[in-house]
Design a protein around this ligand. Structure first.
Ligand SMILES: [Mn+2]
Length: 459
């Protein structure tokens, strides 16, 4: 992060986040790491970010190649930390009221926070408090105020006169909430505390008038539904992706690189080579992992010659046998026995809008289909619960066996006809094995899209 001087305040300029989709898969993490490195190599202040917890497969890859996961960005909604100016005037609790008053006058403040020895917010002291103190001391005009009265008040320690109930904010409070509180309380300024409760700054309403937008590069996704919450408040500089275009609107022109290849990491690797650069060994290993994962070891119909060619470049740099490593990685990611069904359904789960219908489709890979299907009933129950809770037309789960090359598709739908059309009279069984189906994007979504329009046409 770079620091630039503006007046006497230090303002941290925030880096560009290279950010993958929610429910991150290996591609979404690896392509973010790789592309952030490429941007850094070409002189940009870019940082890889992730929208959620790495899945077990990604965790295996990160550990194998000794790579730190990207930073977690759970929301792009601006927070107090994005606008706060650090550095502030505060009184010690043992200071006298007159000392505090002098500080306030020097700094043209009407109120000042009080900070204890540990640096925590202890209270707030204000010029207006002095009025109350006089009234307490001498009553309302019962007798004349003497110099001794004034001295007695001014010499009292701040700790005795401060207000301890203070409207304050934390660095992580969303500005949306802050604005509401400010509108209700109408103070000139509010103390801000960090995670440990330490006083770090004062925030005034004018700090919220010109909020800088977070700059982001979206990787491995382009739809607002898959992006981190608050994406509409950020500035999207670039999109690097291999999915269909799905409705993101931007305020400014942007750089877009989308290619129908098996993985975003393939595009990132291609961009390295186009610039005569290459990723570090660790990131090469991650990018390779993503290609192997997205293409299911080059077997998926989404796999192209370019995926294969880039993978070859990457395994040279990473120094691994792709087949041995790839199988170990898929196996690490597909150990499902101990996981609750709710977690498995959402592990790699996306909601699609297909011709007016909203359909959730999850996918898990397993090397042991039978073991997973022993819990079929449990899965279907949880999927139906989720479908109702989210008001979806259907929820599907692809349980994919990359070695057998096929998927057991579990489904629950408000409209059984839709599933009948999609999977050919599957008889409300709630599940059907589809040989050859391994890709959600290239096989399942087109199939569902056709079924949705067929049902709409018939109605
Ligand atoms: Mn991908």
């Amino acid at each position: 992060m770079s620091i630039k001087q503006m007046g006497e305040e230090e303002i941290l300029t925030r880096p560009i986040y290279v950010l993958g989709h929610r429910n991150p898969d290996t591609d979404s993490i690896a392509a973010a790491l790789g592309y952030a490195e490429l941007k850094q190599q070409t002189g940009d202040d870019a940082v890889a970010a992730r929208a959620g917890k790495p899945n077990p497969e990604t965790q295996f890859a990160l550990e194998t190649f000794e790579v730190e996961p990207p930073i977690l960005i759970a929301s792009l909604r601006p927070r107090v930390r994005d606008v706060v100016r650090y550095g502030l005037v505060a009184a010690a609790p043992e200071a006298s009221f007159s000392q505090a008053a002098r500080l306030m006058r020097e700094n043209r403040l009407k109120a000042m926070p009080v900070r204890d020895e540990e640096g925590r917010l202890a209270g707030i002291v204000s010029i207006a408090d002095v009025m109350e103190l006089y009234i307490d001391a001498v009553g309302l005009g019962d007798r004349a105020v003497t110099a001794d009265d004034v001295r007695a008040v001014l010499e009292r320690p701040v700790a005795e006169v401060m207000r301890r109930e203070v409207v304050h904010f934390t660095l992580d409070d969303p500005l949306q909430d802050v604005r509401q509180v400010m509108a209700q309380t109408k103070h000139r300024s509010y103390p801000v505390v960090d995670e440990a409760g330490r006083l770090v700054a004062l925030l005034s309403p004018s700090d919220l008038t010109d909020v800088p937008q977070q700059k982001v590069i979206l990787i491995d996704h382009n739809s607002p539904e898959e992006a981190v919450p608050g994406i509409e408040e950020a500035e999207v500089l670039e999109i690097i992706d291999h999915h269909r275009l799905a409705g993101l609107q931007t305020a400014s022109p942007l750089f877009i690189r989308m290619e129908p290849v098996g993985s975003s990491s393939t595009i990132v690797t291609t961009m390295f080579l186009e610039r005569g650069l290459k990723p570090s060994r660790g990131h090469a290993g991650m990018l390779l992992s993503a290609i192997l994962s997205d293409t299911l070891l080059f077997k998926s119909p989404t796999c192209t010659l370019q995926d294969r060619a880039m993978a070859e470049v990457l395994w040279e740099i990473a120094g691994v046998d792709w087949k041995v490593y790839g199988l170990a990685m898929l196996r690490a990611g597909s150990s499902l026995r101990d996981k609750p069904v709710g977690e498995l359904i959402t592990l790699d789960y996306k909601v699609f809008r297909l011709d007016g219908r909203r359909v959730g489709v999850g996918q898990i890979n397993t090397m042991d289909l039978q073991e997973t299907l022993e819990r079929r009933g449990e899965f279907l129950e949880e999927m139906e619960r989720r479908r109702e809770a989210d008001g979806l037309d259907a929820v599907l789960l692809m349980v994919t066996d990359p070695i057998e090359e096929g998927s057991e598709v579990l489904y629950t739908s408000a409209d059984p006809q839709l599933m009948d059309v999609a999977f050919g009279r599957a008889e409300a069984a709630g599940s059907v094995f589809v040989p050859g189906m391994v890709s959600r994007k290239k096989q399942m979504i087109p199939l569902l899209t056709r079924a949705v329009s067929a049902v709409a046409g018939a109605a």
